[in-house]
Structures are given as structure tokens and as C-alpha cells.
Ligand binder design. Structure first.
Ligand code: NAD
Length: 266
């Protein structure tokens, strides 16, 4: 039996990278997974691969900054599964720029995805996670918010990203306290990945706003220089921590933060 057998899980930003590994891992461990993303081709492919491996997966298009779409996604999950047990707020973007070179439009775009998107996930996810349903696991629901090591300290060149990820850290704790106070059985924790090999590094504009850089960011070189072991993390390293928080093995873990960084922050 899988570690999240029978649970219904929603993963945002699940088409690629860390989100795809989370969705695939939860699907392999018995969850019925709903994947959402902007990238429909890759989202459908990831959901298809989960089904091909014997899992239950549905892909839905979603921009996490669009509140009306959150209502549609929740209605779809309710009609298909009748409940939601695990919510992983993973979708995020990183815009690299020195503070004096960052446009207000870019600041707001990053804030919209990384903070508004996470706020909307809790606002629209909690009511369905609360709703009693037949066969709902006794331990209730688990919300996992993907922050970053950049949410634990400042980052030169990634000030806006750090600000959003620090906000996610404290928002997760606030969600944990509100849900605990309501005695609705929902837990909420944040995960803080270190240097993980995904396309997010390729998407950061190379050198456009940063005179010190003239080449694309190389996560392997950054890990070599900054991680005590020199190790570059994989999406699976993060997915393993999400699996623990999603499962009943973590039923006494609430309002907490798990750092997945091979000692970078130690
Ligand atoms: P990624 O770019 O590989 O994947 C992010 C996914 O989110 C993409 O599929 C993208 O289409 C989707 N997305 C972007 N904007 C969206 C929106 N508005 N609505 C819905 N989906 C949207 O990045 P990743 O590295 O897998 O990042 C996943 C999460 O992990 C992010 O929150 C990121 O900040 C965090 N993180 C990543 C690292 C790292 O080193 N890769 C480190 C710490 C934290």
C-alpha cells in the first residue's frame, strides 16, 4: 500500500521540474493526483506518464494568479473526487535583477505568482479540504507550500524572489495556526529547497540586468561553490520531503519548515 493511498492531491506548477516530481511521487504512492500548470503540453505528458505507470492523474490548465480559475479547479476536483486531502502550492518563478534595475512590473509579476498564487491556493483549497467526505482519512488534510532557502535569508540579485519566498514561509505558519484553531484537521508546512536542477535556472535572464554576469546561471557551478558537499539537488529530493508531509507519517508536524539543501543553510 502506498504512503498516500487513496488521498486526493492537487499540485500546482506540476508540468515540469519539482512539481512534476512531486505529482509523480504522490501518484506512485497511491494518491489520485490533479496536476495544474500553464504549460498544457508538458502537463498532459506528465499526467499521462503517471497514468501509464498505473496511477490516477488528471491535468487541468491553471494560472495560479487567476482567482476565478481557482474556483473552477476546486469545482472540478469536488465533482470528480468529492474532496481534497493534499494541496501542494509549488508554482513559482524567479526573476533575477539588482534592486535598482528591477522594474515594478517584474516585481509585481513575481509577487503575483509566488505570493498571490499561494494565498489563493489556501483560500480556495481549505474549504474543500475541510468538507467531510466518505472515506476521508482521519488525519485530515496536509498543505505543503514550496518556499526556498532564499526565503530564509536575503539574496543579492534575487531580492524580490527572496521577499516572496520569505512571505510564503510566514504565510504557511499562519495557515497552520488558523486551521489548527479551527480544529479542522488541516496541517500546513513549508519546504525550503536549495540548489535544485530544473529549468527555473535557464529561465532567469542571463546578464540582462546584472553587469556581473554575462552567461546563463549554471546551478551545478553554484552548487559546487556554495553547498558544503558540492552536491546539486534533484527534484526527487524535494518530492521525498513533500511525500513525508503529505502522508500520515507527519501527522504531528505542523507550522514547520523542512530545508532540503544538503547543508547549504547549516
Ligand atoms: P520550473 O520553472 O522548472 O517549474 C515551475 C512550473 O511552474 C513550470 O511548469 C511553470 O509552467 C509553472 N508556472 C509558472 N508560473 C505559473 C503560473 N502563474 N500558474 C501556474 N503554473 C505556473 O521551476 P522549479 O525549479 O521546478 O520550481 C518549483 C518551485 O520550487 C518554485 O516555487 C520555485 O521557486 C521553488 N524552488 C526551486 C529551486 C530550484 O533550485 N529549482 C530552489 C528553491 C525553490
Amino acid at each position: 500500500m502506498g504512503q498516500v493511498q487513496g488521498k486526493v492531491a492537487l499540485v500546482t506548477g506540476a508540468a515540469a521540474g519539482i512539481g512534476a516530481a512531486i505529482a509523480t511521487t504522490l501518484g506512485r504512492e497511491g494518491a489520485r493526483v490533479v496536476l495544474t500548470d500553464l504549460d498544457d503540453a508538458r502537463g498532459e505528458a506528465t499526467a499521462g506518464a503517471i497514468r501509464a505507470a498505473g496511477g490516477d492523474a488528471l491535468y487541468l490548465h491553471q494560472d495560479v494568479t487567476d482567482e476565478a480559475r481557482w474556483q473552477d479547479v476546486m469545482a472540478e476536483i469536488e465533482s470528480r473526487h468529492g474532496r481534497l486531502d493534499v494541496l501542494v502550492a509549488n508554482a513559482g518563478i524567479a526573476i533575477i535583477a539588482p534592486i535598482i534595475g528591477m522594474s515594478l512590473a517584474d516585481w509585481r509579476r513575481q509577487t503575483a505568482v509566488n505570493i498571490d498564487g499561494v494565498f489563493l491556493s489556501a483560500k480556495h483549497g481549505i474549504p474543500l479540504m475541510r468538507k467531510p467526505g466518505a472515506g476521508k482519512p482521519a488525519s485530515g488534510g496536509s498543505i505543503v507550500m514550496i518556499s526556498s532557502v532564499a526565503g530564509l535569508r536575503g539574496s543579492a540579485g534575487l531580492a524580490g524572489y527572496s521577499a516572496t519566498k520569505g512571505a510564503v514561509r510566514l504565510f504557511a505558519k499562519s495557515v497552520a495556526l488558523e486551521c489548527a484553531g479551527a480544529r479542522d484537521g488541516i496541517r500546513c508546512n513549508s519546504i525550503h529547497p536549495g540548489i535544485i536542477e530544473t529549468a527555473i535556472w535557464e529561465k532567469m535572464p542571463a546578464g540582462a540586468n546584472d553587469a556581473r554576469r554575462n552567461a546563463p546561471l549554471d546551478p551545478r557551478a553554484i552548487a559546487e561553490a556554495t553547498v558544503p558537499t558540492g552536491q546539486l539537488g534533484t527534484p526527487q529530493d524535494v518530492a521525498n520531503a513533500v511525500l513525508f508531509l503529505a502522508s500520515d507519517a507527519s501527522s504531528y508536524v505542523n507550522g514547520s519548515e523542512i530545508v532540503v539543501d544538503a547543508g547549504l543553510m547549516a
